[in-house]
Design a protein around this ligand. Sequence first.
Ligand code: GLN
Length: 194
Amino acid sequence: TPVVGVLALQGDVREHLTALTAAGAAARPVRRPEELAEADGLVLPGGESTTMSRLAVLFGMMDPLRERVAAGMPVYGTCAGMILLAGRILDPRAGQETVGGIDMTVRRNAFGRQNESFEAAVDVAGVPGGPVEGVFIRAPWVESVGAGADVLAVYGGHAVAVRQANALATSFHPELTGDHRMHGLFVDMVRAVG
Ligand code: GLN
């Protein structure tokens, strides 16, 4: 059974742990480098990317995260987690750092403010069985991707799911729905690495 961590510094950690467990992983919260070292894959949850980035630096996690992701550990970021995986942020807060891993530029809060959150059916390449229910909460969109990154889903003319090698990112939050197919896709990515 693959051990899949959820970065547990801030954000909707519990929902991801539940979804990963349903998708067949041994799911664990990850706060410290030693816990990261034991994980075969990692989810970066939704929440607030600025806060998560600051806490990752404070807890000594930013460099270990960068090293594991650069070394090919499977990683899946939702919403704020997508922002953390981006090589570039269009409108970063001062000092906002990213882990990187996907050659893409994201725009934070691109779909509007908290009260403009919405749900929409999204077709995701590689996810069989029809569209997934996309929950968008102050969600980023992907402004552009580099040559190494594949766009898996588009909504409203903007890329909202991207994969580059073992790094997967969605603007939306599958962990807030009962549909665990995105987590299933990710757990399969972790299994493939062995
Ligand atoms: N807007 C948030 C950010 O910039 C992301 C929101 C979310 O994760 N639901 O981090």
